[in-house]
Write a protein that binds this ligand. Structure first.
Ligand SMILES: CC(C)(COP(=O)(O)OP(=O)(O)OC[C@H]1O[C@@H](n2cnc3c(N)ncnc32)[C@H](O)[C@@H]1OP(=O)(O)O)[C@@H](O)C(=O)NCCC(=O)NCCS
Length: 191
């Protein structure tokens, strides 16, 4: 899965900056809002995410940023922007760190197919297992999202079940493949 020293984290746990060879994972700034709205309001992106409305407006982005900042300050979530050359190209994060510990990510359509999700995911998970004592990180994909399932497979996630999950952008429940990654497996694949 690559060398052990694939990512570098600076600053504090509450305001991390995670660096991978091409990307920076950092908090979402006010200056990112326009790019966030432009990229995530694409139905092809939103339809694969559970909780992203479509259309996605500036007010949705502002609400996300403010909720993200509050949840991060309490250590509940870790929602980060994926930046390339300083510009937002997507998002990645953990929600409910002390509970289910759910991992999610997305990229604007112009940035698909370049290995960015795998690279960001690896650096992010490295940081997460290093900084939180969780033994398990959960994720999954809506049925048909084979590119994302492949990303998770490369990161070490294993399929653990299926259930119906509501997709806000599609306005209905859709079959969802649940996956799970253990600390042990991630460590064994990356060491
Ligand atoms: C899913 C998503 C994150 C993938 O990002 P990406 O940067 O293109 O992913 P990567 O390039 O790192 O890896 C994609 C892998 O899937 C493979 N792949 C691409 N399309 C595929 C398909 N239709 N079927 C199977 N595998 C596919 C690629 O070949 C690559 O695998 P490889 O490295 O073994 O060749 C991106 O398409 C996206 O943001 N989609 C919308 C939001 C989303 O789905 N988020 C995830 C929710 S679970």
């Amino acid at each position: 899965m690559g060398s052990k020293c694939r990512s570098r984290t600076t600053e504090s746990v509450s305001r991390p900056v995670i660096r991978s060879p091409r990307l920076e994972l950092r908090i979402t700034e006010a200056e990112d809002i326009a790019r966030l709205v432009a990229q995530i309001s694409d139905f092809e992106v939103a339809k694969t995410l559970a909780r992203v409305p479509c259309p996605y407006r500036e007010a949705d982005a502002e609400a996300f940023r403010s909720a993200a900042s509050a949840a991060m300050a309490l250590g509940l979530d870790l929602p980060l922007t994926i930046a390339l050359d300083g510009e937002l190209i997507g998002g990645i994060g953990l929600t409910d760190i002390r509970g289910g510990c759910d991992f999610g990510y997305w990229l604007g359509r112009d940035y698909w197919g370049k290995g960015y999700a795998s690279e960001a995911g690896r650096a992010f998970l490295d940081h997460a297992f290093e900084n939180y004592d969780t033994a398990i990180i959960r994720s999954g994909v809506f049925i048909g999202n084979d590119a994302s399932l492949r990303v998770q497979e490369k990161l070490g996630f294993e399929v653990v079940g299926r259930r119906m999950v509501h997709c806000l952008a599609r306005g209905r429940v859709i079959e969802h493949i649940d996956t799970m990654l253990t600390r042990e497996r991630f460590t064994s694949l990356t060491s």
